[in-house]
Design a protein around this ligand. Sequence first.
Ligand SMILES: *Cc1c(COP(=O)(O)O)cnc(C)c1O
Length: 432
Amino acid sequence: MENFKPTRYTLTNVATGREFEDEGWMLDDPQTPEPSLIRTNYASKRLNVRSEDYGIYRFCDWLPVRRMLRGSHAPVTYKSVRLAAHLGLKNLYITFSGYFPQVGARMTTCSFKETEAYNVCARRAENEKRILVVASAGNTARAFAKVCSDNKIPLLLSVPEENINALWFDAPLDPCVKLIAPQTGGDYFDAIHLSNLALQSSLFYAEGGAKNVARRDGMATTVLSAATTIGEIPDYYFQAVGSGTGAIAAWEANLRLNEDGRFGNKTMRLMVSQNIPFVPMYDAWRAGSREMLAYDADQARADAEAIDAKVLSNRKPPYSVRGGLYDALKATDGDILVATNEEARAARHLFEELEGVDIYSAAGVALATLIQAVRDGKVDPEKIVMLNVTGGGERHFQRNKELWYLKPHHVFPLDPKPDYVIRTVEKLFAKA
Ligand SMILES: *Cc1c(COP(=O)(O)O)cnc(C)c1O
């Protein structure tokens, strides 16, 4: 594994089809003003799955990575017996990203954000001097913190002070990971604003979110895991979405698998879900609109407050952009479904009872909509259904462990002066 060769690929502008070289950390096509996602084209059209020792890099043929980092794990897919019988599904497969050793799932930050973090950080050049900046409401920050700490990659996290209890770890982190926080009262959007101020300093660079191909292709490993385990591309894909990045990635994985040819030539229907009352993509989709509808900021804040699955409360998702979620749903004859907190809670209990492990609220939302879809006859019970359990096993993992919490190195007021932010974050990383 020492002599790992960087994966060979080019990038394509989804809107125009223009193909170009990745000159390093490209997040957009520099030659086209029209906003569009860019996509990877891998030199290898056939996916050669490596051994489990490679962790998530067992799918490295289709990951835009230069090296392999330590400590990664791939999502695990298994055929459900008890939940499948309960729902009356013949071919229900669960793709689990989290901690569930019984099925071989060992992601210790317990969500599929780990698939993003290991690949984003492995895309980064080893001699990169600048510091990666990630703003997050919780799961993403925890995943990046672990990967960067274990691999000594400098990282600046921005997380709302109210959410910092999401930053638990089973061991202290390396000091290369620093945390800043907008003070209590601030939300995810204030954390993004704060990170944007930090990014005005040339010492830092942005992770890029959905625009980063490493993030999407990392999440695509859920579908690669499913197809290579089942031997076939699933017919339906169920996932709860906040940004929709995971579902866009699932569609892109489907296109690559079709090109490979060994897993059938199919269009997997994307069945994505949101948590009532925070449902802006559902509203746009129902209205047949590529553009998001107007969403009053105070209302959005209140709705985000009301949902169990906070990770699904993204107000600016890559829905309208070319190659984004709207296009993915159109191309796959997909749909957006919704579930209440009560339905999601019932689904979480059901999963734990029948499959034997706790799952996050977001995964509960996905399962709740699968239950509805089966009841409403929207799913053919003979077909292959993939339930993407995007996170779980947290309680299982934390049992009998002493936890360590990352504390903010600096808490900022809600509308800080840019100069003050820049000076402060530069000082955090100044060599002693
Ligand atoms: C982030 C997250 C989601 C939503 O993922 P997107 O594809 O980015 O919308 C779902 N479930 C869990 C557990 C998450 O952490």
